[in-house]
Design a protein around this ligand. Structure first.
Ligand code: F3S
Length: 397
């Protein structure tokens, strides 16, 4: 067994020289390091902390965070926060329950007391937490982990909420897994021959590929040009149906161009694409349509706004995004275009972590493979899984 080396400062942190909170965090990090065979700790430049929605963490989570904050827990690196269970500003107008809102606000306060930025999004890379290629970070939102590793070329393991918070408080993480070159090599080749056009096509591919790859590292070929938004949707779906934290796309992602000879190959054609759509969509006639999983970029909001121009929706329609992105969308006039059509741009939350099941919704229309996969189990929803054009047609009919 390899011994985890700690320098004198790190030893002191583990021995309680910097207080109880740091000691508890160091204990967690060194334990993880020992389990996974890390030889040393490495500094991180940022953290992304999950475990924010009151729906997910409940009273035990809230009490833990309040206790931690009151004992002086403070982060040492740029740390951003995952989505909450509601829009922190417009929750009342959108129909979120008041008792839920009260608890949710207490969770946000505990995190901000620790020095964490309340970005409240799964797309921290749109809000100032944008690591460069090769930077070591500790992120715990699976879709953001996938984006950071695969699209940005940064390095993070798929942390849990507690380990990313501990890493943020100590400013370091154990050096194992995806922090190391040898663990970033592809494990399976996925040859894509299906015609990939819509965002939902990439979600369907990700749903299928996650099941094929498990916790391996897929290497996609034949996919054609894919925007960052498409890759965001692909990675999120793979992280949900499997446990994929890194993938490569030939000629597109920064660490592609690796030797794939001898690897197992699987094919994704039109039949597999159709099958994924069938499996992701179990419902008919959505009573709400929600875009923005992962949270929408400004480009995606613009596209929806343009599609809604001159139309009126007859059903609830939300586009979820980070508050900072909503502000940009307001400045560019997209929010008013969407509101004029009867939709809402909802910040800080999403269809999965908000309590939509207790707000009267039973069937949700989505174009996201991750949301389609999670909504039945997490939110007791039937799902209509379609591309954005079809969902908008559904909303206005
Ligand atoms: Fe983000 Fe919620 Fe989807 S956290 S990745 S929008 S399920």
């Amino acid at each position: 067994m390899i011994d985890l080396f700690l320098d004198r400062t790190q030893e002191g942190m583990l021995n309680g020289e910097q207080g109880e909170v740091v000691q508890r965090c160091m204990r967690l990090l060194t334990r993880l390091g020992e389990i996974y065979g890390a030889e040393k700790m490495i500094p991180i430049t940022s953290a992304q902390v999950a475990g924010v929605s009151y729906k997910s963490i409940g009273d035990p989570g809230l009490e833990f965070l309040q206790d931690f904050a009151s004992k002086g827990a403070r982060v040492r690196v740029l740390t951003t926060l995952n989505p909450a269970g509601m829009d922190l500003k417009d929750w009342k107008d959108l129909g979120f329950p008041a008792d839920f809102a009260e608890k949710q606000n207490m969770i946000i306060k505990a995190y901000t007391d620790m020095g964490i930025k309340p970005t409240v999004t799964c797309t921290p890379y749109y809000c100032g937490n944008l690591p460069e290629r090769g930077e070591h970070v500790a992120w715990s939102e699976s879709s953001a982990v996938s984006f950071a590793n695969s699209v940005l070329g940064a390095r993070t393991n798929r942390e849990g909420g507690p380990s990313s918070l501990a890493a943020a408080i100590c400013g370091m993480t154990p050096d194992y897994g995806l922090h190391l070159d040898e663990n970033r090599k592809p494990s399976v080749v996925i040859r894509v021959s299906a015609d990939m056009k819509a965002y939902s096509d990439f979600g369907a591919l990700g749903y299928w590929a996650g099941k094929q790859a498990g916790n391996g590292i897929p290497y996609f070929t034949g996919m054609g040009p894919a925007s960052q938004d498409m890759l965001k949707g692909l990675g999120a779906a793979m992280a949900a149906s499997g446990a994929v934290a890194l993938y490569h796309v030939e000629g597109v992602t920064p660490e592609s161009g690796q030797d794939v000879s001898g690897l197992e190959e699987v094919a994704f054609g039109e039949a597999e694409l159709e099958e994924s759509y069938r499996k992701l969509g179990s419902g008919h006639e959505p009573d709400i349509i929600i875009f923005g999983c992962p949270h929408a970029s400004i480009g995606q909001i613009r596209e929806i706004a343009e599609k809604l121009k001159g139309k009126k929706v007859r059903k609830k329609l939300w586009i979820c995004c980070a508050r900072q992105v909503k502000q940009q969308a307001e400045e560019k006039g997209y929010v008013s275009m969407i509101e004029k059509a009867g939709g809402n741009v909802v910040a800080d939350t999403c269809m999965v972590v908000s309590p939509i099941e207790s707000m009267g919704f039973r069937t949700t229309g989505v174009d996201s493979g991750k949301a389609g996969n999670y909504l039945p189990g997490f939110c007791r929803q039937s799902v209509v899984f379609r591309n954005a054009d079809d969902l908008i047609r559904e909303a206005i009919s």
